[in-house]
Design a protein around this ligand. Structure first.
Ligand code: ADP
Ligand code: MN
Length: 510
């Protein structure tokens, strides 16, 4: 602006005619530009910081005890996290109450003073420290040039108050020393640098946000492993379990599958009606919906869930998987089949007893090398379990394989039964046949000479007597049976309780 002002030569016409003479253009333009650019720079910086490090991201993260950082300092973090979650819930409730009370009223009451969220978690209003108020200044310097209590130095004309520009500037420079150690401020005092309040505040703001940012990045690195597996809502559920004392600690992640994440935890205190096993497995059913789409067929056609299925939103359907696993495990437990014992179900999180010891899960059958004798023992045990499952529990596992059987304590344990169905499920027999194929192939390959082939095993488990001697015909007969059952449902509105083996009239369960 200053450069554009025509100083040289005769002034323009209006200038000479002007009765008050030429206006002075010397100083104003320069300082205005300065002020504006400084302000603009500050705004831009804030904007940039906000965009790069949104506060919410940091707030949503929390501590989590993983296999890598089992050290006890996590207890503190866990406590803080719990407190934070509590505070946040408390505040949310407060906000609801506030809203309810105020309604549409023109005069409103604020509950602001009763909010709980901890300062480290809240936004930066306390960052704006009043630079003049030395009593509350966290950046108080070690006495560079002090202003006495009465607030001024000197006498008469030479009096300088604490608002004096020079004194203030020096004080601000000295205060920079109190920024975080990694923040290089240079030797401002030695240079007798005098920082304006505006510049000092901007620098302070920057130092502060830098500090918080590095803390945040550090924290992220430390907790990123198992935490990624669960969303904040699930984390809260888990914290609550620890908070209530039901679980002692959640130590880490055992498995991350497509549809679930399994954690290990040490059990906590027993309640009146519940004994908590010393070690627990926590199965978290993933709430990312697309993974579950292909499982619809298991549950949609399961008449136990039929009425509910159509009315549910996807989130609830996922809870239903957890619920199903719980019911199925309970049935198995009642029949005496070795399987995890249900501890508690909360939404999509199922807590059960841990199969294994000292945080080490029992190996899957596919990962363990058994002696011939144990292999044979395992085979007969599984044959037995499949029969029990079918007859006593009225269930078909539907995902039975060496991946879902654990070897522990000299025997086989069945897990992963969320997809198990009753035999009269429209595809129940097909699922059973697939299970039989997996089992018989595994043991035949494993050198168990006595192992039945898949068709023999199918008949042995189901009690049916399908005589086809090849797989294609066998499968066709299975499907025919399923269809017969479905037709029966269409005509009579009721399922057969079992498939009859020899063309007898169907048996009803009442
Ligand atoms: P997915 O549907 O992801 O296969 P699973 O129920 O099979 O879920 O669990 C995945 C893995 O977690 C299992 O292969 C097993 O290693 C481990 N696991 C699950 N439940 C338990 C348990 N109760 N005790 C020990 N390990 C378990
Ligand atoms: Mn599994």
């Amino acid at each position: 602006v200053a450069a554009a002002a025509p100083d040289a030569g005769p002034g323009p016409a209006w200038q000479s005619k002007c009765p008050w003479g030429a206006p002075s253009t010397t100083s104003i333009s320069c300082s205005l530009a300065d002020v504006m650019s400084e302000q603009l720079a500050k705004e831009l910086q804030l904007e940039e910081e906000n965009a790069a490090f949104p506060e919410v991201v940091a707030a949503a993260e929390g501590p989590f005890i993983t296999g890598e950082n089992i050290d006890t300092s996590s207890d503190l973090m866990l406590a803080q996290m719990l407190q934070m979650e509590f505070d946040r819930e408390y505040d949310a409730q407060l906000r609801r109450e506030e809203k309810k009370i105020n309604g549409d009223s023109k005069v409103s009451i604020s509950f602001e003073n009763y909010r709980k969220v901890h300062p480290y978690d809240s936004d930066s209003s306390e960052d704006e420290v009043d630079w003049q108020d030395t009593r509350h200044d966290p950046y108080r310097a070690d006495k560079p040039t002090t202003t006495p209590r009465r607030g001024f130095i000197g006498k008469g004309k030479d009096i300088t108050t604490k608002h004096d520009e020079v004194v203030c500037g020096r004080k601000n420079t000295a205060r920079m020393e109190n920024f975080a150690p990694e923040f290089q401020v240079g030797d401002g005092i030695g240079m007798d640098l005098k920082l304006s309040n505006q510049v000092f505040n901007a620098l302070k703001q920057h130092a502060y946000s830098e500090e918080r940012r590095s803390a945040r990045l550090h924290e992220k690195k430390e907790h990123s492993t198992a935490e990624k597996a669960v969303d904040p809502k699930t984390r809260l559920l888990l914290y609550k379990m620890v908070n209530s004392g039901m679980l002692e600690t959640i130590t880490g992640c055992i498995s991350t599958g497509k549809e679930s994440v399994v954690f290990h935890a040490y059990g906590g205190n027993a309640t009146e009606d519940k004994v908590i096993p010393p070690e627990c497995a926590i199965k978290v059913f993933k709430t990312t919906l697309n993974e579950f789409k292909n499982r619809d067929k298991y549950i949609k056609d399961d008449y136990r869930f039929k009425d509910r299925f159509s009315k549910l939103n996807p989130r609830k359907i996922i809870r239903m998987w957890a619920e199903k696993e719980m019911h199925n495990l309970t049935r198995m437990q009642n029949a005496g089949i070795p399987c995890p014992q249900v501890v508690i179900l909360k939404k999509h999180v199922l807590v059960m007893s841990f199969i294994g010891q000292d945080q080490v899960p029992a190996p899957k059958l596919k990962d363990v090398t058994l002696s011939n004798e144990d292999m044979k023992k395992a085979y007969y045990q599984i044959l037995n379990m499949m029969q029990q499952l079918y007859r006593e529990c009225n269930l078909v596992h539907a995902d039975l394989s060496e991946y879902n059987m654990l070897w522990h304590d000299g025997k086989v344990w069945l897990i992963d039964v969320s997809q198990s169905v009753e035999p009269t499920h429209p595809h129940g027999l097909e699922f059973l046949f697939r299970d039989c194929r997996n089992v018989s192939q595994f043991f035949q390959k494993g050198g168990v000479a006595e192992a039945l082939n898949e068709r023999e095993l199918f008949n042995a488990v189901s009690g049916l007597n399908i005589t086809a001697d090849n797989e294609v015909d066998f499968q066709a007969e299975i499907e025919a049976l399923e269809k017969m059952n479905e037709d029966h449902v269409q005509n009579h509105g009721k399922k057969l309780s079992t498939f009859s083996s020899d063309g007898d009239p169907p048996i009803y369960d009442e």
